[in-house]
Write a protein that binds this ligand. Structure first.
Ligand SMILES: [Zn+2]
Length: 171
């Protein structure tokens, strides 16, 4: 970052007490300007029988993806997850666990990964954004996502974590 996002002043380097390298600093605003990036959530959403996972095909996209969405200002990751589940496919979550995160350079976004178990399995996709949303067996889902993508990497990691740590009694 070269200029202050608030006032546009050219930033100078300054050390603060906790960082070992200089941080860009705005003199007029008297604040450090740490690198900025977006935050998002991604989830392996799992049906109530705990044997299928949700994949979504968005409009103008040929790939099947996991449920995901940007975190809005003022939200925590858990709130964003629950909101995206509600808005994209109309489901309420029974329980969920945060398990991993990825930095996705093309979008300059830190993506926080969850597995999440739904309370009921009826999907009501928001068809203004989504072409199709459906439950897949874990094996079919692994086959259906595009290889060497974040969708594949995250699905493998999240389902592995789910199978190791799934709750005996959910909710
Ligand atoms: Zn400034």
């Amino acid at each position: 970052m070269k200029f202050c996002p608030d006032c546009g002043t050219k930033l100078s380097d300054k050390y603060n007490s906790s960082e070992k390298k200089p941080i860009p600093y705005c003199l007029p605003c008297r604040k450090f300007c740490f690198p900025s990036f977006s935050c998002a959530v991604i989830a392996a959403v799992i049906n109530s029988d705990q044997n299928q996972t949700l994949l979504i095909k968005h409009k103008n996209d040929n790939d099947l993806l996991l449920l995901s969405g940007f975190i809005e200002r003022g939200e925590n990751a858990e709130q964003a997850l629950c909101r995206e589940c509600r808005e994209e496919v109309g489901i309420t979550l029974n329980c969920f666990k945060m398990c991993s995160s990825w930095y996705f350079a093309p979008d300059n976004t830190l993506i926080i990964g969850f597995w999440a178990i739904t309370e009921n399995d009826t999907l009501s996709p928001n068809y203004t954004e989504i072409d199709n949303a459906a439950w897949f067996s874990f094996d079919d889902a692994m086959q259906a996502v595009k290889k060497n993508t974040l969708a594949q990497t995250s699905l493998v990691k999240l389902l592995n974590d789910f199978q190791k740590n799934k709750p005996s009694a959910c909710g």
